[in-house]
Every structure is written in structure tokens, then in C-alpha cells.
Design a protein around this ligand. Structure first.
Ligand code: 5GP
Length: 190
């Protein structure tokens, strides 16, 4: 998506360890007009799939997911990062390894909100090693719901997550795919 790529080139900052900071329009301050354009593009790609739920992960996926949910006219669920090992029976859980913080944490979704009749579109801001997306896919599978696919704002295609999950049959549509990030600030798209 040209608009998103241009914004990344203009405002994205490359940090150590292959991290891209896009705090001025996506991860801290949010450009809702841009999110609307992204939602429109995802609707073009997935609009015929009868999506009944949008699923994302707190915190940075929530903003985009809300605007996408508004376009698809369906509820938005965000998986919570649980702070306790004390799980009650009424939740789906998955383990996720944080790319940016290097820690493993558990994500949870209440069984009240995902059902076998649901057709789920997963939304996230970044796809890197694929741990966050794998965790969300597991939750959809555990619920017996249908996974329509994933809509990702920025895929770092030089990391293995996208290939790994596509090989497993997950449809992934990324609005910007980055081929390389150089520490001198150079950003190249696929
Ligand atoms: P993965 O689980 O695919 O390795 O990483 C995905 C998650 O890590 C995303 O939800 C995002 O929050 C975070 N992340 C991964 N790479 C980056 C990055 O380059 N920049 C930022 N801001 N977040 C990232």
C-alpha cells in the first residue's frame, strides 16, 4: 500500500536489532485517517469473507483493529496479556514471545467471545518472527472458529514469521512488506 510505504519512508526510524519505530503515526500517536485507508484496503481484500470477529493483541494492535472493525461492521476482540498464571477455565490461552522485549508471556481471550460459528480476521501492527500471530491463530483454532486470514500493517519480510505461517496455510495480507532495514536509516520494500 503506497500511502503506508510513503509514511514509513518519511517518518519511520530504524533502531538497533532490526526494529522499526513508527511512533508518530502507528504505535504511539495514531493517524486515524491513515487507519481508515488501511481498513479500506483490508476490506477490499477480505470484504467478501463474511468476517464476524476481528481479533488482535493488546496494546498496539487495538487502534488499527477498531477502525477495521468499524469498516467490517463487526466486534473487535483484543487478546489480553495475562499477568498471572492463575487461569480460570473460561479462557483460551497461548504463549507468545515478545520480539521487542525478549520475554515470553501468555495471552488470553475469554471463551464468551469466540465461537465455532465465528469467521475471524486477525489484525496486528507488525509481523516479525510470527510468535504473536501464531498465538492468535492458536486461539482461533482452539475456539473451533474459522480463520479467514490476517491483516498486518507492516511485515518485516526479512524475518521468518510470514513464510512460516503462510507455509502452514494461513492467508496473510500485509499492507507494507519490508525487505531490509539498515541501521543508517535505509528502508527497502519488497
Ligand atoms: P513477532 O511475534 O512476529 O516476532 O512480532 C510481532 C509483534 O512484535 C508485534 O505485535 C509488534 O508489537 C512487535 N514488533 C515486532 N517487530 C517490531 C518492530 O520492528 N517495530 C515495532 N514497533 N514493533 C515490532
Amino acid at each position: 500500500m503506497k500511502l503506508l510505504e510513503e509514511r514509513i519512508l518519511k517518518e519511520g526510524k530504524v533502531k538497533e536489532g532490526g526494529i522499526l519505530k513508527v511512533d508518530s503515526f502507528l504505535n504511539h500517536q495514531m493517524d486515524i485517517g491513515l487507519f481508515e485507508e488501511m481498513a479500506e484496503e483490508l476490506y477490499r481484500l477480505y470484504g467478501s469473507e463474511n468476517v464476524t470477529k476481528i481479533l488482535t493483541l493488546e496494546a498496539s494492535g487495538i487502534g488499527i483493529a477498531c477502525i477495521v472493525g468499524q469498516r467490517f461492521k463487526c466486534p473487535v476482540i483484543f487478546a489480553k496479556k495475562s499477568k498471572t498464571k492463575n487461569i480460570d477455565g473460561a479462557v483460551y490461552t497461548a504463549e507468545v514471545e515478545s520480539f521487542t522485549h525478549g520475554k515470553t508471556y501468555e495471552i488470553i481471550v475469554s471463551k464468551d467471545f469466540l465461537h465455532p460459528t465465528d469467521r475471524v480476521l486477525i489484525i496486528d501492527d507488525f509481523l516479525a518472527n510470527g510468535s504473536a500471530l501464531s498465538g492468535l491463530v492458536k486461539i482461533v483454532e482452539d475456539a473451533g472458529a474459522t480463520l479467514v486470514g490476517a491483516g498486518i500493517a507492516i511485515e518485516k519480510a526479512f524475518q521468518p514469521g510470514g513464510d512460516m505461517l503462510r507455509k502452514k496455510g494461513v492467508r496473510i495480507e500485509s499492507l507494507a512488506r519490508i525487505k531490509s532495514l539498515r541501521e543508517d536509516g535505509g528502508i527497502e520494500f519488497c
